[in-house]
Design a protein around this ligand. Structure first.
Ligand code: URP
Ligand code: ZN
Ligand code: ZN
Length: 467
């Protein structure tokens, strides 16, 4: 099966050029200058021609931080691998990396097996896994080596959520020390959970139970402190570290300082920290519950710092931390007690278009859009050149993006299995027009043309972004 994508502007992390793309079965076969004799010659042998006139042709998005079917706070994230991966496809994301969770007392390999079983035969697009390490001990440390050999090369540890996922500094150091030997990347949820728990208890004692107190009890200083501590632990362990969901100027400053010194510190932010704020958490009634995620949404002033971080590569990745809970029956579990609101937001489907609004607004360049949403996450998580690039030999994960279209985000039209959108009514410039996953067209305008189970597990190499 040969597909020709013609007349488009191919945008990569390096630049943009008028190029036609020839896809053979699952892979990119060749690129040639649009209108050239070579490109014209491809027309005859093509089984399918997609006209990308006035459109961008970009590598499919790589969302390195999703939580499908995640058990959390007495409920389970609303998207299954089937619904979530289909929503990803609609949004122009063709690879997701989800988190398998080690049960306390359980093994890392059992966690991976269990998440593999949830995803197998269900996904619309390709997927990989990180493993959340909830129990650091001799046996789980040894299992890290085994999993790296199986293409699961990154592990998340939490400085937050005491009694749930929390790991002590000693445990985090031990995991980093192991990672220094086996090439794994330790991802850290950096908030000082111990201090936060004290602040939360004091708030509840004063009857401060509304969603806004989720934000007010998790100050940015305690994110900045934890990021700094994670970086120092990694420095001593001589391991790289990846800071997930950076939400504040304080956290970013700690990352930036370490990167200036040349330490292997990588960091991501998420659309919610770029576009939403504490004002959303303070919406009247219980509406703020729709915006409860951790770290919390910050005062608007932090957004400029995060955009700046993206521009100058202190933040290398935009991932969603997609962890959707419906308002009805799930977010409502926290009525009268914000600590019972399940943490997490839906945004997997909106990531590419939201970050494109940063291009429209002049916050980042067109190439940087592709770099932070696709190329960099592929490299950081060991998927280059299979994913994140349109290069001969790479997987034909390709999005045709129409920069002239306009639309409005709404839960009434999105495909995520959740009953609200954090961006309800937001006007969007540009739209995902067509999506290929390994050469197969999975989205055509508003129509899903893919197939349940088309998506495969992708084993990953170790981080490809180290200095
Ligand atoms: O609120 C969030 N972020 N929920 C998902 C779990 C996590 O900490 O990433
Ligand atoms: Zn986290
Ligand atoms: Zn997360």
């Amino acid at each position: 099966m040969r597909t020709l994508i013609k007349n488009g502007t191919v945008v990569s992390a390096e630049g943009a050029s008028a190029l036609d793309v020839l896809v053979d079965d699952e892979r990119v076969l060749a690129l040639a200058a649009g209108g050239s004799e070579l490109a014209r010659s491809w027309q005859t042998g093509a089984d399918r021609v997609l006209d990308a006139s006035s459109k961008y042709v970009i590598p499919g998005g790589v969302d390195a931080h999703t939580h499908m079917e995640m058990p959390f706070g007495g409920t389970t994230a609303a998207d299954t691998f089937e619904t979530g991966s289909r929503a990803a496809a609609f949004g122009g994301t063709t690879t997701i990396i989800d988190f398998a969770i080690q049960a306390r007392g359980g093994s890392l390999c059992a966690a991976l097996d269990s998440w593999q079983a949830k995803a197998a035969g269900k996904c619309a697009v390709d997927y990989g896994f990180h493993v959340i390490v909830s129990d650091v001990n001799d046996s789980s440390l040894k299992e890290m080596d085994v999993l790296v050999g199986q293409g699961v090369t990154s592990f998340k540890l939490f400085m937050a959520y005491p009694g749930v996922f929390y790991a002590s500094d000693r445990e985090i150091f031990e995991a980093m020390d192991r990672a220094a030997g086996n090439g794994a990347l330790v991802m850290v949820h950096a908030e000082n959970g111990i201090a936060i728990d004290a602040i939360v208890a004091a708030a509840l004692a004063k009857g401060q139970t509304d969603p806004i107190f989720h934000g007010l009890t998790r100050p940015a200083e305690l994110e900045g402190e934890a990021v700094h501590r994670a970086i120092v632990l990694a420095q001593v362990a001589k391991s790289p570290v990846y800071i997930v969901h950076v939400s504040s100027a304080e956290a970013l400053a700690a990352v930036a300082e370490a990167r200036r010194r040349g330490q292997n510190v990588l960091a991501e932010t998420c659309p919610q920290y770029l576009f939403l704020s504490e004002e959303d958490l303070a919406r009247p009634g219980f509406e703020g519950a729709k915006f409860v995620c951790t770290p919390p949404l910050r005062p608007r002033i932090h957004q400029a710092a995060l955009w700046q971080g993206l521009r100058i590569d202190d933040l290398s990745v935009v991932a969603t931390d997609h962890c959707p809970f419906s308002y009805a029956g799930q977010k409502e579990l926290g009525l009268g007690d914000f600590t019972k609101i399940p943490n997490g937001l839906p945004s997997l489907e909106n990531r590419m278009e939201l970050i494109y609004q940063g291009v429209v607004a002049g916050e980042i360049s067109l190439s940087r859009w592709v770099e932070v949403t696709s190329t960099n996450p592929a490299k950081v998580f060991g998927l280059d050149p299979q994913k994140g690039t349109i290069t001969p030999g790479s997987d034909a994960d390709i999005v045709i993006y129409d920069p002239h279209a306009t639309g409005t985000i709404s839960a009434s039209t999105h495909h995520m299995a959740v009953d609200y959108s954090c961006y309800e009514g937001k006007s969007i410039i540009g739209r995902v027009d067509a999506v290929l996953s390994r050469g197969r067209q999975v989205v055509d305008g508003d129509t899903y043309t893919g197939e349940r189970g088309h998506g495969r597990f992708v084993p990953r190499q170790i981080c490809q972004c180290l200095r």
